[in-house]
Design a protein around this ligand. Sequence first.
Ligand code: HEC
Length: 142
Amino acid sequence: MRIKATLIVFLGLGILFSSFRQETKTQNGISSDELPSISTTRFLSDTTKLDKETGLVVDENLYMVKAQCTGCHSTKLISANHFTRDGWKQKIRWMQANHNLWDLGETEKQVLDYLEKNYPPKQMVSRRAPLKDFKWYDLKLK
Ligand code: HEC
């Protein structure tokens, strides 16, 4: 009987504490649910390479974006924007409706693949750049 009562008390405490735990805040007082998810996109990562000519992210589909998207305006208009795939598609439709952009045909998929992958909606990137000027020192073990 006593053991049962003790078990119930522990169970109750466990449930109580686990409900507290869900409200745990991070050091900045932001609930972990509110933090933006950091995707594995290469956007702004340390290893992102930019094309010298256009300033756009180097990628297997860059050549198609160069072919279709650099005739009328600076590529800065592209790199300054960040949309979802659907958002990019709407921009393309908008240019087609208002600015004489041609039908991209089958190449539209490549262009959208590129834009979706390299210019997605902005996300918080919390990784610092690699350290550059630092000296190693010997650890003195006693
Ligand atoms: C036929 C000409 C033409 C081509 C080719 C073209 N655009 Fe544009 N685009 C425009 C014009 C015109 C504007 C408006 C420029 C301005 O507002 O100064 C524009 C604006 C934009 C903007 C800014 C939109 C905004 O809301 O401010 C983006 C992003 C963009 N283009 C992306 C692209 C991409 C991606 C491609 C390749 C698929 C492309 N453009 C190809 C004519 C073109």
